[in-house]
Design a protein around this ligand. Structure first.
Ligand SMILES: NC(=O)c1ccc[n+]([C@@H]2O[C@H](COP(=O)([O-])OP(=O)(O)OC[C@H]3O[C@@H](n4cnc5c(N)ncnc54)[C@H](O)[C@@H]3O)[C@@H](O)[C@H]2O)c1
Length: 342
């Protein structure tokens, strides 16, 4: 079956859905339409992307016979916003593609996974960091032992000042940057380095960002079962003029034979013998990673194969969110098994 036969319906046509639609357009994916409870948002998106089907009722969209993949882009901060959409799509036997974070709390995320599994429908979490062009290129090198040797360390750093107004629902969540943003890095390093053993975190915020309720700054150290160690820095209250804002975070991966320094658009490799590699990267995180992620899902569904960022597996990334907040609150190392087995 062709990709074009996997009709996509988007539930939630807000900020990030615009990036999805642009990414899907570039990939030639088949968008049937969208639903949004905000009629102005729905109308503006319909006009911009010439969508044939647009409704305020997600059930009408999901019921459309040509919609086979439901792309869920409603906020993740309340279970009652996402769970009914997942349950309805699952009951209608539609495949589900859902924005990261699956939920900011593990017990909520488990309810979404169980709703999809109960109906036997596949669900992929749109962890688009895994599909960002520079990270896809870097992955080819980091998986090559001839290039990297034994990998022992990874560092990701994101720093910028974010002006958050009162209209921003996400910054009002008690769990902000490490549920909403660091989840990009949690999923990425899990994809690269496998299961996590333990996490130790410090979190903070700058009180002058008056519309931020939760954490806006954090350093999370991660030990993987494979022996790799990582430091993940998300600093969204950096006033300096050397910012590295998302989606330009810098990633460093060190192996005994090679060192990769990259971001979503640029990759540099320095080998122990002094040789330097600068492979070409085409595209950018926004919007290309969104088109690539959906194309990956549709192709896997079409071929009846497994896919990256499957929702039950993604619970281990959500568990890193839990471990981060627990570690910072209690000032102690938190083992992932403690979270996953509770
Ligand atoms: N890089 C990324 O992957 C990335 C970037 C930004 C946001 N996100 C995620 O995407 C999600 C949405 O974020 P956003 O920035 O687009 O938010 P947003 O507020 O701009 O858009 C959300 C939209 O959902 C609509 N909505 C809410 N409930 C609905 C319902 N029951 N039916 C139909 N529509 C409904 C709202 O009216 C709104 O237009 C969040 O979970 C966020 O974390 C991911």
């Amino acid at each position: 079956m062709a990709r074009s036969e996997w009709g996509i319906g988007l539930v939630g046509l807000g900020g990030i859905a615009q990036q999805h639609l642009e990414g899907y357009r570039r990939r030639g994916l088949n968008v049937i339409g969208g639903a949004d409870i905000n009629p102005e948002q729905a109308a503006a998106t319909q006009e911009r992307f010439h969508l044939s089907v647009v409704t305020q009722d997600y059930k009408t969209l999901i019921d459309h016979p040509d919609v086979r993949v439901v792309d869920i882009n409603v906020p993740h901060t309340a279970l009652e916003t996402r769970l009914p959409v997942v349950e309805y799509a699952a009951r209608q036997k539609k495949a589900i593609f859902i924005q990261k974070p699956l939920m900011s709390y593990l017990d909520w995320a488990k309810q979404l996974v169980e709703a999809a599994e109960k109906q036997g429908v596949p669900m992929m979490v749109n962890q688009n960091s895994v599909f960002a062009p520079g990270f896809l290129v870097a992955e080819q090198y980091l998986r090559d032992p001839e290039i990297m040797g034994r990998i022992y360390y990874c560092q990701i750093e994101n720093r910028a000042w974010v002006d958050i107004g009162p209209e921003r629902w996400y910054a009002k969540d008690k769990r902000w940057v490490h549920a909403d943003m660091a989840i990009h890095h949690f999923a990425l390093v899990r994809h690269w380095f496998g299961d996590v053993d333990s996490v130790y975190a410090i979190l903070d915020r700058d009180a002058s960002q008056q519309h931020v309720t939760g954490d806006a700054l954090g350093v999370v150290t991660v030990r993987f079962k494979s022996g790799v160690q990582a430091v993940l820095i998300n600093n969204w209250c950096y006033r300096g003029n050397k910012a590295r804002p998302h989606s330009g975070e810098e990633v460093v991966i060190q192996g005994e034979k090679g060192c990769i320094t990259c971001n979503a658009q640029d990759v540099h490799i320095k080998l122990a013998n002094g040789q330097e590699l600068m492979p070409e990267v085409s595209g950018s995180w926004f919007p290309d990673a969104f088109g690539t992620a959906m194309a990956h899902f549709v192709d896997a569904l079409d071929a009846g194969q497994s896919f990256h960022c499957e929702a039950r597996d993604n619970l281990k990334s959500v568990a890193m969110i839990e471990a981060t907040y627990l570690s910072a609150m209690n000032n102690r190392v938190v083992h992932l098994d403690e979270i996953l087995e509770s």
